[in-house]
Design a protein. Structure first.
Length: 188
């Protein structure tokens, strides 16, 4: 089995697109999840060249550097947790959660992430949560209270204060905007 790490896979549509790219090159995809494609065997040199070109054309990148792979794993775990999981059910704090998921010391992960990205894991986590709040505000499906609970905030006031600190707007002000200025998850 061969494992390939892919940068910028942030959603189910990304998984489908990347899987399709590998399959169109003649590879047998065993499994695909955010940031990772597992194949039944390695790509040939010709297949790899074709896959790299198609990935780049679609905004993805095959990762070779081990440090970058670890950072992408951290990002993918956070994206999965915030956008597809239930933060209110997370029993660990973020540092324990990340360390357990990657089976590495959190201090090492934190230092690596900060040195390469210029931001902390915690700040990246907060940015993801704010993007999720923006999405929920645009869709108008949940109350602020429900959002705060689902995203692990201690209160609506805490969510609102953090939202305003990051965006410069209160959730209510953001909701009233015609242009909602949401960011692509892979640009955070």
């Amino acid at each position: 089995m061969s494992v390939y790490n892919i940068k910028n896979m942030v959603c189910a549509r990304c998984i489908k697109t990347v899987s399709g790219i590998f399959q169109s090159a003649g590879a047998e995809v065993k499994s695909a999840r955010l940031g990772i494609i597992e194949l039944s065997g390695p790509l040939s040199e010709t297949q790899e060249t074709k896959v790299r070109e198609q990935l780049t054309a679609e905004g993805f990148e095959m990762l070779d550097d081990q440090r970058v792979k670890v950072i992408e794993q951290i990002k993918n775990e956070i994206v999965t947790l915030v956008h597809y999981g239930e933060l209110d059910e997370m029993n660990d704090n973020l540092s324990d959660f990340i360390a357990n998921k990657l089976h590495k010391d959190y201090n090492y992960l934190s230092n690596l992430f900060s040195s390469v990205t210029g931001t902390t894991i915690e700040q990246y986590f907060i940015l993801q949560k704010i993007e999720k709040v923006k999405e929920l505000l645009v869709y108008d499906e949940l109350s602020l209270s429900q959002m705060a609970f689902n995203l692990g905030y201690s209160s609506v006031a805490h969510l609102s204060a953090q939202f305003k600190k990051i965006t410069g707007l209160t959730p209510s002000q953001f909701k009233k905007l015609n242009e909602h200025h949401r960011r692509h998850l892979d640009s955070l």
